[in-house]
Write a protein that binds this ligand. Structure first.
Ligand SMILES: [Zn+2]
Length: 215
């Protein structure tokens, strides 16, 4: 666990690289602006940084992170729609060609959804309403795994939530139009941080299939 002073030291190490091997890259990104081809919707969880796990460089990925990597339904008016704003910018302005919703094993947000963490233990009560976006996933796995809390149930719920987010993405007119025009492809990914595996959603089977197996 890093303390802030360690982060400052980390910035110094980054700065040395910035003014040496990465200089040309940052100069180009400053001059030309960003033009990532890929957007990833990922979880806030500190263990699942998309840039780290895809070994990407600055400028490669447009990332929005939120609790449990959810895409909300397309709603206009009212509220502050941070994830929707990021989607709009990535698809309509940056014109990314790939959009990935990346869930992961041992997701605390999904665990809270399944266990229905009492509101009083979370004083401001923002998490439960947010997680209600995927309450259908909870209902689905409760029916499939009655009366038991298991790792299999958690994984099923984590993956069902990704399917709901993929479905919600198609509710955004700019996403739907880009997909039907063939300039945007949607992907569902599941990072198994225990086994070090990557599973990808297959639209043919609607299942998550091991794409990169553990070493
Ligand atoms: Zn998570």
């Amino acid at each position: 666990m890093k303390e802030v002073n360690e982060l400052i030291s980390g910035f110094r190490r980054f700065q040395k690289r910035y003014f040496s091997e990465d200089r040309a890259l940052y100069e180009r990104l400053t001059r030309q602006g960003q033009s990532p081809k890929v957007m990833i919707v990922a979880c806030c969880d500190s263990r699942v940084d998309p840039v780290i796990i895809t070994d990407s460089d600055p400028g490669d990925l447009f990332v929005v992170r939120n609790v449990a990597n959810l895409v909300p339904p397309c709603e206009v008016g009212g509220g502050y729609h941070g994830t929707s704003a990021a989607l709009e910018f990535a698809v309509s302005v940056l014109r990314v060609s790939q959009l990935i919703v990346m869930g992961h094993a041992r997701c605390g947000g999904i665990r809270a959804l399944l266990e229905e963490v009492p509101e009083q233990s979370i004083p401001s009560g923002f998490i439960a309403p947010w997680m209600s976006i995927v309450e259908e996933a909870r209902n689905e796995v409760r029916a499939a795994f009655p009366d038991v809390a298991t790792e299999a149930r958690d994984r099923a719920c984590e993956q069902a939530a990704i399917r709901i987010s993929l479905h919600n993405l198609m509710g955004f007119p700019f996403v739907r139009e880009a997909v039907s025009a063939g300039r945007l492809t949607l992907h569902g990914w599941y990072f198994d941080l225990e086994r070090g595996e990557l599973l990808c959603h297959s639209s043919a089977t609607n299942a998550f299939e091991v794409t990169v197996a553990h070493l």
